[in-house]
Design a protein around this ligand. Sequence first.
Ligand SMILES: [Zn+2]
Length: 291
Amino acid sequence: MPELPEVETVVRTLNRLVVGKQIDDVRVLLNRIIQAPREPEQFSGALKGQTIHGIERRGKFIRFLLDDLVLVSHLRMEGRYGVYQEDEPLEKHTHVIFHFTDGTELRYRDVRQFGTMHIFAAGEEWSQPPLHKLGLEPLDESFTLKAFRERIAGRTTKIKPLLLNQEYVAGLGNIYVDEALFRSGIHPERTAESLTRKETERLHEAIVHTLREAVDAGGSSIKSYVNGQGEMGMFQQQLSAYGRKGIPCPQCGTLIEKTVLGGRGTHFCPRCQKPKRVRRRVPSGPPRTDL
Ligand SMILES: [Zn+2]
């Protein structure tokens, strides 16, 4: 599933390719992708004549900023965009086609068919699903250590499922949660409330650094991710824990283990990421008496 860095790469690519283009017509070939308005004819009709002024990302969502509308798109498992000339043959699994006045097309393909598209009047997208409950935006300057601390404070949830929940931090998925927990030396089954101040600080830093490096590398290419121009991301070569079961930990050489947590494959180093903090007790011998 594309996570924040992959979606960011798609958004940057789309900004290069389709900003300024005017939508001439929209063809919906698979109705279930279209969530609002429900009727594909209404969806197409609303978009006709609108110009794309910019494309932005919020969490894993893509926002197409139009004249007075916003199109919110989620790629989910396998969704991808590509720009084509109108006479190029349709590839398999093409579900939505945005035809522009200049004779090019933005095509949405999705093998798994889990992707979604919603249209809102500009500004109204923030108060409704799917964007209304999104948590902190990890690459925004508002993602401070203080904000992160307050968001997860007192939560008895295990830290990995908490980070996967988009209502706390938006944009993280299985790959980058495993990486961030590895980098901060935190076992995925620790509860949020059990983290020390220092650990929370390390985790905050690891989330930002992991995502930034991945964005700089153009997103991960694990499985079938390709950005809007057909470029493969390069980040998978830098992963330290995710997908590396049985491979030595880059920090200590212990073999990376894989377990299942909350239904998700979870990779960690059993030595660098201890399940619980080991508290060293000062041996309590008989009370010393000064003679
Ligand atoms: Zn290790």
